[in-house]
Design a protein around this ligand. Structure first.
Ligand code: SF4
Ligand code: SF4
Length: 285
């Protein structure tokens, strides 16, 4: 099934950090995790039109429409971000329902300068029909058929959802917040059974581009835990590519501001442990 409209948070026309090469990145609105280390918390929830952000907007470009929905005048919005800062619901009044054809038009404008599309979020697999429709349209297009198709996922999708994407998806980047289910639940609000299964399933279908390990001090960054995680990933696929990321405070919600940032020397020592397990492709950022 092809969904004609998707709930879009934003797009970035050029990115060098969201998959291989230069990529157009689509951020979809809505996530089923509530991660303590989320750097884009305003993508988590749908706006419930509570109206809290209307009055603080310095340009006065937010108002209630006839259906009592908060809407924005895009032409007058200065992207100051105040509405996002004051939102009590980890949302934004700036997200939009966007027609697939509109999105394809925006991609076409830059298609000569990019190597592919990455759909991120939020969690892109929650809008799997829209993503499948986008990827399918790209693959069938004379002008856009050269673009590779990736998703950046929290790994929560079930096999049926991945089966809808696999025929048109070139690769997936999956976050593994913690190998231990209890720690995963503490860090994301849910356990990790589906994430571990997604990693196995995507590796089996050779669509797992990269597993991302975000090291949050005191939560998941002990040498013993990282070694066990690397061994598990190596057993899934000895050619596994891992990206090791040190936690940074930027963009994180105030209630998690007490979590310290990762120290570079500690991340380097964890990288050595991962290499000793046998992982050959390791990127440290
Ligand atoms: S963006 Fe947040 S504050 Fe503004 S109306 Fe929606 S839920 Fe309320
Ligand atoms: S970003 Fe939000 S607060 Fe700022 S001008 Fe736009 S709508 Fe108003």
């Amino acid at each position: 099934m092809r969904a004609a409209q998707g709930h879009l948070n934003d797009v970035i026309r050029f990115s060098a950090v969201d998959g291989p090469g230069n990529r157009f990145v689509v951020f979809l609105q809505g996530c089923n995790f509530d991660c303590i280390a989320c750097h884009n918390p305003y993508t988590i929830n749908e706006c419930d039109s509570c109206g809290v952000c209307v009055e603080p907007c310095p340009e006065m470009v937010l108002w209630f429409d006839g259906r009592h929905q908060v809407v924005v005048d895009d032409d007058q919005c200065t992207d100051c971000g105040i509405c996002i800062d004051v939102c009590p619901s980890d949302s934004t009044p700036l997200s939009k329902m966007v027609e697939l054809d509109d999105l394809l038009g925006r991609i076409e404008e830059v298609s000569h300068f990019i190597s592919g599309i990455t759909v991120s979020g939020g969690e892109p697999t929650l809008q799997a029909d829209y993503v499948a429709g986008l990827f399918c349209s790209l693959k069938c297009s004379d002008k856009l058929g050269h673009l590779t198709t990736f998703v950046d996922s929290n790994g929560s999708a079930d096999r049926e959802t991945w089966d809808r994407l696999l025929p048109v998806m070139d690769g997936a980047m999956v976050d593994l917040k913690a190998l231990d289910p209890g720690t995963h639940k503490e860090m994301t609000g849910v356990d990790n059974a589906a994430v571990l299964d997604s990693i196995r399933y995507l590796a089996e279908w050779q669509r797992l581009y990269e597993v991302r390990l975000l090291m949050v001090p005191g939560k998941n960054d002990s040498p013993e835990v990282v070694e066990r995680t690397a061994r598990w990933l190596f057993d899934v696929d000895p050619e596994m590519r891992i990206k090791l990321i040190g936690f940074r405070q930027h963009g994180v919600r105030p209630q998690f501001s007490h979590i310290p940032e990762a120290e570079a020397a500690h991340i380097e020592s964890l990288a050595e442990i991962i290499k000793k397990v046998g992982i050959k492709e390791l990127v440290v950022v």
